[in-house]
Design a protein around this ligand. Structure first.
Ligand SMILES: [Zn+2]
Length: 203
């Protein structure tokens, strides 16, 4: 009986529910998207469904830098044009997209997949710190650029890593100029980010 009182058909409700789980998509937006998809051609709906599934099936993490990739090592790690003496440390794969977009940096990356946060119970063993130290020990690296976010967790993480790396004979710099405190890298504009890379300072 109660099922019959549902204003929309079960498959539509299910789609609304799933869309509602996405970040930034509230119930109203989920509803709008669901009805948009309902009106879309079957071909377009199939393209979207395929794109979602291929991301899950084909994307893995690069075994060297832990960027998301469909080939291992990733395109950046396997490129002969990158400066292999520099490693830029970021929190998330999408930060690489932001930095690559500026074209101001030509070195390699290392994705931590998070930042140290005692309040949220995230310790150094929960992010890719050990793997970073292995790389620094085994590869010929001259400079490590800390490009963690400029919020509390990002700053703590940069200082902690600096502490671990100091004594390895590697220059450690930090993106600084132009990035206001509290900035998430992924949302910084190109000009600000380019200035931050070029104006990096000793940590
Ligand atoms: Zn890689």
């Amino acid at each position: 009986m109660s099922d019959n009182l549902q204003p929309t058909a079960e498959p539509i409700n299910r789609l609304i529910q799933e869309l509602n789980k996405l970040p930034g998509i509230g119930p109203k937006s989920a509803q709008r998207l669901a009805f948009y998809l309902l009106r879309a051609s079957e071909e377009n709906a199939q393209l979207l469904a395929d794109a979602i599934l291929s991301v899950k099936r084909q994307i893995t993490l690069c075994s060297s830098c832990f960027n998301v990739t469909d080939s291992d090592p990733c395109r950046i790690c396997s490129s002969l044009e990158r400066d292999r003496t520099k490693i830029c440390i970021v929190e998330q794969p999408q930060d690489i997209l932001a930095l690559e977009h500026t074209r101001a940096y030509t070195g390699l990356y290392h994705v931590l997949h998070g930042a140290i946060s005692p309040t949220e119970g995230v310790g150094s063993e929960d992010i890719r710190v050990r793997e970073l130290l292995d790389r620094l020990r085994n590869d010929r690296v001259d400079e490590v650029i800390m490009a963690t976010n400029t919020n509390l967790e990002g700053e703590q993480t940069a200082l902690y890593l600096n502490h671990l790396i100091s004594g390895m004979g590697i220059r450690v710099t930090r993106l600084a100029r132009g990035l206001p405190f509290g900035t998430e890298l992924e949302y910084a504009d190109d000009v600000t980010l380019t200035r931050a890379i070029e104006g990096r300072q000793e940590l």
